[in-house]
Ligand binder design. Structure first.
Ligand SMILES: [Zn+2]
Length: 238
């Protein structure tokens, strides 16, 4: 592990997976009134929660470099990533949306997006996903294969971005430039995280993860400049 990597690459090594991002983009076709920012927050909700809990020491991760694995990490995350908790969080998110926005169509989509995260993590992670707070633990371990991970995630991400792009239309330069800019940055970070070095420390990872919030805000901003295509299921964006 003696090789030094450039600082920027070490810093961008945030845990960010475009399978979850794909769920957010594709969700727009099912919930046109919900901003892409909120859809992405729902699809990554368990990780956002985990990142905060990590920062405050309520959950933990250990970096164990080695092998050809996508993510050399061992997690302990019952509050954010047990199945029982994920079901609870999905109900909380869906119900909150319904209460705050009165959007009967969007609420179940957001709830499903939260739950989809657990399913995708179940496919990707090793057997460290608890069903209940302290087990039994499950996981299919797709991350053990970089090729397999990329095949699955890119097969989700590319069509999802196309769906979002076709369901919405840029009303100005921002709607176009910021949209494609975000797609580009997410793609670059994705490949950096697949081929880059492991995170320098657990602490750096906690901080890096939380910086990921920037992308949710960016997506929310993009969505404000990309109304739903007229004649679609529902014209009124947000
Ligand atoms: Zn996760």
């Amino acid at each position: 592990m003696g090789r030094r990597h450039p600082v920027w690459l070490r810093l961008v090594r945030i845990r960010m997976f475009i399978g979850h991002v794909a769920v957010g983009y594709a969700g727009k076709t099912l919930a046109p009134r919900v901003s892409l920012g909120w859809l992405l927050l729902a699809a990554t909700f368990l990780d956002v929660l985990f990142s905060l809990l990590l920062l405050f020491g309520a959950e933990s991760v250990r970096i164990v470099p080695g092998g050809g694995r996508v993510m050399p990490l061992e997690f302990s995350y019952p509050i954010s990533h047990s199945l029982i908790a994920a079901i609870g969080w999905s109900i909380v998110v869906g119900a909150s949306w319904y209460v705050l926005r009165g959007d009967r169509a969007g609420a179940p989509i957001l709830a499903l997006a939260v739950l989809s995260h657990w399913v995708l993590d179940f496919v990707s992670h090793r057997q460290d996903m608890p069903l209940l707070a302290d087990g039994p633990f499950v996981g299919l371990g797709l991350w053990d294969s970089k090729g397999g991970t990329m095949a699955v995630e890119l097969a989700m991400f590319v069509p999802a971005v196309i769906l979002y792009t076709r369901a919405t239309t840029a009303k100005d330069r921002v709607g176009s430039a910021a949209h494609w800019g975000l797609v580009l940055v997410l793609t670059v970070l994705y490949f950096a995280s697949i081929f880059g070095p492991p995170p320098p420390s657990e602490r750096a990872m906690a901080i890096g993860n939380n910086v990921g919030i920037v992308f949710l805000i960016w997506a929310w901003w993009v969505d404000r400049h990309r109304p739903i295509v007229q004649g679609g299921r529902n014209e009124e964006a947000r």
